[in-house]
Write a protein that binds this ligand. Structure first.
Ligand SMILES: *[C@@H]1O[C@H](CO)[C@@H](O)[C@H](O)[C@H]1NC(C)=O
Ligand SMILES: *[C@@H]1O[C@H](CO)[C@@H](O)[C@H](O)[C@H]1NC(C)=O
Ligand SMILES: *[C@@H]1O[C@H](CO)[C@@H](O)[C@H](O)[C@H]1NC(C)=O
Ligand SMILES: *[C@@H]1O[C@H](CO)[C@@H](O)[C@H](O)[C@H]1NC(C)=O
Length: 419
């Protein structure tokens, strides 16, 4: 019980420490309920309760054993007593003078009635003693157990109350300090935008902590489209930001979260590692045609594995360009940038050729990080590209111009998310 209580004591400062370190970004979910069939935002596993029983319990056991032996002996005695016959009966009735003769059968074979009487009285005494001892032990035991349980319960109640109080305080101070988007809910370190999603949330910048060891960072959340809860990884709007960048730039991310940006491969890795994610790609061309591609599986490995992409489970209207066919399949491809060639093209760097960082095969059926053209263009196909766009197959005819895109957005959300 001691170590269990120690753990309960350690719980409070540790939790508060995490919240304090994160400032307004970190929230604890104290009153939210788990989603139907979904996971709870935070779970706390307590070790099984071990109660140290008092050592008197052992005594009780010993006494019980002794009592059993005593009973057996008493039974034996009683049997042999009955065998003594009338003389024994008489003697029991108080005839002290009556002593069995030296030639008596019973006198020779068993103990004398007087001896037995003495023994019986000793035994009944010790039986009484044992009984009262057991009674008092039982009482003490109940008292002790009750005491322990009450202690533990009171301790836990007080801990929980203090924790809730601390949470509320923190949450209130956060709501007043942070932007209007601050949540009134008590969330523990949201891992991605879906953890913020309560009715009425607006699109905007939120802080997330996919892995506490790797800190907290800001992301753009789409809380309004298709049930909300989307963490945006990439956005193209106007061509104000160049995507012709180095490995290091793609690693850390670049651009402006309120405009065009790449969130960064390290962050994308952390987000997709924290939960099973689905990817949604939104595309719109300059004719106002809007299509989407959704992938049930989306994971980006870490830098050691060159940010290898795992993608699959397509549905949507834009076509499955990420897994176009056997020759052009972006699944399980490493990330390539103009200064780091990890692609499948043997005699050149697809990233340098198409001026972007992407999970190139040899080379591509899709490249959402291509150059932003605000009108159809000619020459090298280094613009934003989605190979299954509705009129891509007749791209060259009759004008020889290439398709350009007005807006592109890549966003992810936990697979088990329910709006
Ligand atoms: C809870 O907080 C009160 C004061 O706010 C303090 O007296 C009490 O010891 C705390 N309980 C625990 C278990 O930390
Ligand atoms: C991309 O950057 C490289 C190196 O800075 C430069 O040589 C190349 O012209 C750029 N490509 C485009 C399309 O801007
Ligand atoms: C996350 O933190 C761990 C431990 O500090 C570190 O080894 C790892 O490289 C970090 N990962 C990223 C993507 O920053
Ligand atoms: C693709 O279709 C749009 C209409 O959705 C049209 O305006 C555009 O010119 C077409 N692009 C090409 C390259 O044929």
């Amino acid at each position: 019980s001691t170590s269990w209580l120690l753990l309960a004591v350690a719980l409070l400062p540790a939790t508060v420490g995490v919240m304090g370190g994160g400032g307004c970004q970190v929230r604890l979910l104290s009153e939210a309920s788990c989603k139907d069939g979904g996971e709870c935002p935070y779970q706390l596993a307590l070790p099984p309760l071990t109660l140290q029983l008092p050592k008197e319990l052992h005594l009780l056991e010993t006494t019980a054993k002794e009592l059993q032996i005593l009973r057996t002996t008493v039974d034996q005695l009683r049997n042999s007593c009955q065998a003594c016959g009338p003389r024994a009966d008489r003697s029991m009735q108080g005839d002290r003078a009556e002593v069995p003769g030296p030639d008596s059968e019973h006198g020779r074979q068993g103990p004398s009635v007087r001896e037995m009487q003495a023994k019986m009285s000793r035994m009944s005494n010790s039986l009484r003693n044992a009984r009262s001892q057991i009674g008092s032990l039982q009482g003490r035991l109940e008292e002790l157990t009750l005491l322990n349980m009450e202690n533990v319960e009171a301790m836990m109640n007080s801990k929980v109350q203090n924790l809730t109080g601390a949470l509320k305080q923190l949450s209130y101070s956060c709501s007043s300090q942070c932007s209007a988007q601050a949540s009134p809910q008590f969330l523990v370190a949201p891992r991605d935008c879906s953890d913020y999603n309560v009715p009425g949330k607006r699109n905007g910048l939120y802080r997330v902590t996919p892995d506490p060891r790797n800190g907290t960072f800001e992301v753009l959340c789409d809380m309004e489209s298709y049930g909300g809860g989307w963490t945006v990884l990439q956005q193209r709007l106007d061509g104000s930001v160049s995507f012709n960048r180095t490995w290091d730039a793609y690693k850390h991310g670049f651009g402006n979260l309120r405009g065009e940006f790449w969130l960064g491969n390290d962050r994308i890795h952390l987000l997709t590692k924290a939960k099973d994610m689905v990817l949604r790609v939104e595309l719109e061309d300059f004719e106002g045609v809007r299509e989407y591609a959704k992938y049930e599986r989306f994971y980006v490995a870490d830098e050691l594995l060159r940010y290898r992409l795992s993608v699959g489970g397509y549905s949507g209207t834009a076509g499955n360009a990420l897994r176009f066919n056997k020759l052009y399949d972006h699944d399980q491809k490493s990330f390539t940038t103009p200064d780091k060639d990890n692609d499948m093209y043997p005699s050149g760097n697809c990233g340098a050729f198409y001026s972007s960082g992407w999970w190139f095969d040899a080379c591509m059926a899709a490249n959402l990080n291509g150059k932003y053209y605000n009108k159809p263009y000619k020459g090298v196909r280094n613009g934003i590209f989605w190979g299954t766009w509705h009129n891509m197959s007749n791209e060259y005819y009759p004008t020889n111009y290439r398709q350009s895109f007005k807006t592109v957005k890549m966003m992810i959300r936990p697979k088990n998310y329910t709006p």
